[in-house]
Design a binder for this molecule. Structure first.
Ligand code: GAP
Length: 489
């Protein structure tokens, strides 16, 4: 990371904390590694992002429905899905610093360094070697690559490494009494399996016809070997997943459609298209016949935000075998029973949250010849902004607070509003800019005469007067879901 991008990333993290978006978990006890809490504004933003996803997936598609499955599942689920035996990361320890790393991430960091230094050929060759070693699960080869490229521990600076070993990422716990009979269960490492095991429940009760999808938002847990980069890689995080069930043989058509649809969804939030790219997987997961990531250009480089996988009939077939229950669909159009194929879209809500912060946080220089000035703005798309408008009486006297409260009481029936009367008006505008509030409504003496207020727009800082009775409709136009969703249909 260059100094500039490193500083920008640090700014994001400190801004998120200072304004109540994200706090380290149980901070008074010095925090818990890779676990975070969302604060008063963070949870509003997160809810809005979830709503955006849910509306785009479930509300806009008549053949997609949503569920909310439990986090705990029968332990055989994870045997069937392959997670008990295969959900591993290759890990390596440095004997001097006693620090543990993911072997593939150490190598990826080296590739990024080669790219930054303009050693493109070396980077390409190393990427190929890494892909080969990963696709054959060749742990000895990973160790050899680390040695060949003189990769050292960032803490000790030495290359005194252990062998590379596999490490299962699932958290296990006991269900029931602590006696011998207690059953080992897992905190789900992905939400997808809750959808697969409910495939027939939903299909039958919802009278769903293929192609159709089941969507879900929920927590997932992974004991990440190395958790870093803020909310990028967490041990407890949230996923928004769609499993789309299709007739075998049509999966690539749907895979390509979802690949396009999902990128469009990201861009509709007003993000810079140059910040996004597709990354096709070379090493396919055990269940996939095609896979691509949508990557975002974070301050620490392009990284995955969302994965789109063509999962074949792997999961349903496995669950059919392990549960001994038929998980087939009768397709009346071709008069045949089959296990459907599945195209999955899976996005990490926390990573999406980070892309939104990175996309929105701007330091603006407002200096003029007379004076130096700047402001920090979160340029959120108005629809996802945690606070839609702030109502600000110009002064604390002459009946202005009462009038402002009256306006605020009306608006809060429709929108999340803040009322603020403390400090000079300019300072209050800056405070709202810093939390991304798209509109400030100022109540002044003229308001008492003609019932008009000033709207000040966050991005342009333009100000204009409107009648207070028009505010609900005016804000409604500016923050309407309709305008955002229209771009997707
Ligand atoms: N059901 C498929 C699945 O879980 P994945 O690529 O392992 O696929 C999907 O995860 C998404 O979940 C990723 O694109 C990422 O956004 C998010 N994700 C995965 N691990 C994460 C972690 N440790 N912390 C935060 N988000 C994570």
């Amino acid at each position: 990371m260059s100094k500039q991008t490193d500083d920008f990333f640090k700014n994001i993290v400190s801004h998120a904390k200072e304004y109540g978006f994200v706090f380290p978990s149980s901070e008074i006890y010095d925090g818990l590694s890779a676990v975070y809490d969302y604060g008063q504004l963070g949870s509003e933003l997160k809810n809005n992002l979830k709503t955006y996803w849910w509306k785009a997936m479930v509300q806009l598609n008549e053949n997609i429905v949503g569920i909310d499955a439990a986090i705990f599942m029968h332990p055989t689920t994870w045997k069937a899905s392959g997670h008990v035996d295969g959900f591993n990361d290759p890990m390596i320890d440095n004997k001097d610093s006693k620090k543990r790393y993911r072997a593939d991430q150490l190598i990826e960091d080296k590739i990024t360094r080669y790219e930054k230094d303009g050693k493109t050929e070396k980077a390409t060759k190393l990427q190929q070697d890494l892909d080969d070693a990963l696709s054959t699960d060749d742990l000895a080869r990973l160790k050899a690559i680390i040695e060949e490229h003189a990769i050292v521990c960032p803490i000790s600076g030495t290359s005194n490494w252990t062998e590379v070993r596999q490490f299962n990422l699932m958290f296990a716990t006991q269900m029931g009494a602590m006696a011998d009979g207690a059953e080992q269960v897992y905190l789900r490492p992905e939400t997808a399996q809750g959808i697969f095991v409910n495939f027939l429940n939903v299909q039958k009760t919802g009278r769903m016809k293929i192609p159709f999808g089941i969507a879900q938002i929920g927590k997932a847990f992974r004991n990440e070997v190395i958790a870093r980069q803020f909310i990028m890689r967490m041990r407890e995080f949230e996923q928004m997943e769609l499993q789309f069930f299709v007739r075998p043989g049509t999966e690539m058509e749907w895979y390509n459609k979802w690949k396009e649809t999902r990128l469009k969804w990201h861009l509709a939030l007003g993000s810079n298209p140059e910040k996004y790219r597709y990354h096709d997987h070379v090493k396919l997961a055990h269940y996939a016949n095609a896979a691509v990531d949508i990557e975002y250009d974070f301050p620490f480089g392009f990284k995955e935000v969302e994965g789109i996988h063509s999962r074949t009939d792997f999961d349903l077939k496995q669950h059919q075998e392990f549960s001994k229950k038929k998980l087939q669909y009768f397709d009346p159009e071709i008069n045949q029973n089959y296990i459907p194929y599945v195209v999955e879209t899976s996005i990490g809500l926390d990573r999406l949250f980070l892309t939104v912060l990175a996309n929105s946080l701007v330091e603006e220089d407002l200096s003029t010849e007379e004076k130096q000035d700047s402001r920090t703005v979160l340029r959120f798309h108005p629809v996802i902004a945690p606070v839609k408008a702030a109502v600000l009486p110009l002064t604390k006297k002459d009946g202005l607070p009462e009038k402002a409260r009256e306006i605020s009481a009306k608006l809060k029936l429709d929108y999340n509003i803040q009322y603020d009367e403390k400090d000079a008006i300019g300072k209050r505008y800056r405070r709202q800019d810093a939390i991304g509030t798209p509109f400030c409504i100022t109540v002044d003496h003229q308001t008492l005469e003609d019932n008009t207020v000033t709207i000040r727009e966050r991005d342009s800082m333009e100000q204009y007067r409107v009648n207070a009775d028009e505010l609900t409709n005016k804000i409604g136009e500016l923050v309407s879901w309709t305008n955002l969703l229209k771009q997707l249909v």
